[in-house]
Design a protein around this ligand. Structure first.
Ligand SMILES: NC(=O)C1=CN([C@@H]2O[C@H](COP(=O)(O)OP(=O)(O)OC[C@H]3O[C@@H](n4cnc5c(N)ncnc54)[C@H](O)[C@@H]3O)[C@@H](O)[C@H]2O)C=CC1
Ligand SMILES: O=C(O)C(=O)Cc1ccc(O)cc1
Length: 310
């Protein structure tokens, strides 16, 4: 017999890659009785209606959250405050309010002032995605074998925490809990700065006057090609991530620049032993990630290189 639904009425606000994947997976796995969707864009709302991935589509977020016992915000990192302000007075007492923002301290600071004391706020970040965006890009398997990081306050209701954890586990994820500040530092090094490096290298290649655009495309070998995939990620989403995780990103970038200067110097002075020592160490890091991945939530990046299944 299938497990019973975890929520009666789930409202998802922001129906892009992540919001539409939650809707698809929640329906496919029978996690909720009724799915309600809302988005600021009329074109997205119309598309969600065409796709039939929600039971109800509402124009305003305030209407959408009425009577919902679970609300998940999936909007860009700069938009959480405005949505929280709009829904705050309309939330059902006892509801759980969560999000999927890639940055946590800033999103918590944006939302918390607008949420009434009688709802349970549990910030979350599914560490799962692709370089695609919009409601057509989502798919039900996106969260399978991926991590979802929760950053709740210390006094969070244990029962509701367990229920939201069960929700993400039934979406296919493993849940880990940490503070928002620690999350932001970990993600700065593992996700945000790597994206910035990709944006930068692709921009530099595009600017190189001695190398033509067609040569860049024609001779894109593995390394550069992988960077172009990441650098194709949504500009609004990534602008907001950098503006909202400024402190941790700048801290990691400072370290990164020092380490890059070390490599620059080693190349200038022909210090091959220094290069060799680092490249040996980094190869071991890759191998340990793959080893750990075999028994934990190692993402299958290969699966996301092409357009996700329709
Ligand atoms: N794309 C990815 O790989 C991942 C993204 N995230 C985070 O999840 C959130 C959503 O990301 P995606 O789904 O990729 O973005 P997306 O760009 O595919 O979709 C965002 C949706 O939010 C809507 N929106 C924007 N402002 C709004 C507002 N004020 N009110 C209502 N709707 C609004 C947009 O119209 C759009 O449909 C972001 O905070 C992102 O950082 C988290 C994990 C992975
Ligand atoms: O496509 C990729 O390589 C990603 O890194 C996807 C991604 C983007 C943002 C997140 O907060 C989490 C995952």
């Amino acid at each position: 017999m299938p497990d019973a639904p975890l929520f009666d009425r789930l409202c998802v606000i922001g129906i892009g890659l992540i919001g539409s994947s939650i809707l698809r997976a929640a329906r496919a796995r029978g996690l909720v009785r009724t799915l309600v969707a809302s988005d600021a864009s009329a074109a997205v709302r119309a598309r969600v209606g065409e796709l039939g991935i929600a039971d109800e589509v509402r124009d305003s977020p305030a209407e959408a959250v009425e009577g919902a016992d679970a609300v998940i915000l999936c909007v860009p990192s700069g938009a959480f405050g405005a949505v929280a302000e709009a829904i705050g007075p309309h939330l059902k007492p006892g509801a759980v309010v969560s999000d999927t923002g890639s940055v946590k301290a800033s999103v918590v600071a944006q939302m918390a002032p607008f949420l009434p004391a009688n709802v349970h706020f549990i910030p979350a970040h599914p560490v799962a995605g692709t370089e695609y965006s919009g409601p057509d890009a989502g798919f039900a398997e996106l969260f399978d074998n991926r991590w979802c990081i929760f950053t709740p306050a210390a006094d969070v209701d244990a029962g509701m925490l367990a229920r939201l954890k069960a929700f993400w586990e039934r979406l296919g994820s493993r849940v880990e809990t940490m503070t928002p500040e620690h999350h932001d530092l970990v993600l700065a090094i593992t996700s945000h700065v790597p994206h910035l490096i990709a944006y930068n290298i692709v921009g530099t290649a595009d600017d190189l006057e001695a190398v033509t655009q067609s040569e860049v495309i024609k001779f894109s070998a593995g390394g550069f090609r992988d960077f172009t995939r990441i650098a194709a990620s949504d500009p609004t989403m990534w602008r907001d991530i950098f503006l909202n995780n400024r402190k941790a990103v700048l801290e990691v970038l400072g370290r990164f620049s020092e380490d890059l200067a070390y490599l620059q110097r080693a190349i200038r002075w022909g210090e091959g032993d220094k290069l060799f020592e680092l490249f040996t160490r980094t190869r071991a890091v890759r191998r340990s990630i793959i080893d750990i991945g075999q028994e934990t939530a190692e993402p299958d990046f290969g699966r996301h290189h092409g357009k996700p299944p329709a």
